[in-house]
Design a protein around this ligand. Sequence first.
Ligand code: LMR
Length: 396
Amino acid sequence: MFHSLSMPEPDKILALMPIFRRDERPNKIDLGVGVYRDASGITPVFRAVTEAESRILAEQTTKTYVGPAGDQLFCELMTKLVFSDHGPLERISAIQTPGGAGALTVLCGLIAKTAPNATVLVPDPSWVNHLSILEDFGLTAQRWSYLDKATGAADFEAMRRAVLSARAGDVILLHGCCHNPSGADLTREQWRDLGSLLVETGVVPFVDLAYQGFGDGLEDDAFGVRHLAATVPNMLVASSCSKNFGIYRERTGVAFVLGRTQELSKIAQANMVVRARIGYSMPPDHGARIVSTILQDDHLASDWRSELEEMRSTIVGLRQALAQAFRLRSQSERYDFLIGNKGMFSQLGVMPQQVERLRSEFAIYMVEDGRINIAGLHPDKIAHFVDAVTHVIRSS
Ligand code: LMR
């Protein structure tokens, strides 16, 4: 047993966390894993989450099993948060999952079951775990070049070519908002064009929505997913509560399917339940209960929305300050793309060996592909960060 195994490559994002914790340099900066940090460097618990937890603690009378599909009320509230009251709700089914990655896993399992020969078009770059999950189910992934290197924006023409080269029934993996790792989102017009293209070709959208609320706001960030839901016959959506409720370790997410008919949607849901039962039996309950307690209560929901909005505007402010500091230092507009990017992430355009030098010489941590989590940057550290990046680029 085990002798045929080899040591896997460390995860490009998660491997940084323990190394950063062990680093004793006082001026260290963590721009690695995608978590929000406040001005004191803490990933705070939302006020509404603390209040919801105290209510749960006071009122919960049992911890007996809920079931593989999770809590129905949570799923209903999340369906409305993602798709609004006006989406084709009767054709949308959901199950609660262990985080967004759990939703992706359930949905990839569903694709492998229903369309094992489908090719999944995956943007390059994308979140590092996307390919691992797809490959684990034996699904064929095909990359397309997502970014226009000259502008730092999404290369919609490349996306169009990728969709047109696919077969009906193939799947395209999309980031609903705050594209991870590039921060380059589609415009509304591009979402509309994409919707028409998907209808024309029969390619099925599979949307990963992990940062709703961090780009332009809770409603605006859902534009793409809502537009597609109103347009295409079939869709898969993985949604995460980790970031926008700040409940990262509670592992709370939702896997949604939109079916051509209500009946097909229900059959797909029943198959997701089977995937859940095989994979982990039932999702953890606590995070989902927190979310449903908040979303059901007007006062808590409004407080949660305003705290999320504060986080969003902090990130927008950091983006502007960072771009301005780079502009002054480089005497160019080369880094202005940082302002146009949405959410926590941008790609700085540094090489892996420069990323390594930033870590060893300046205690600045970022993902190997140059992805930075803007929320990890305190305003007081921007000047030091810009100096370090400029120094490393110029001396490489
Ligand atoms: C990230 O992209 O940093 C987060 O989603 C954490 C993770 O699981 O990779």
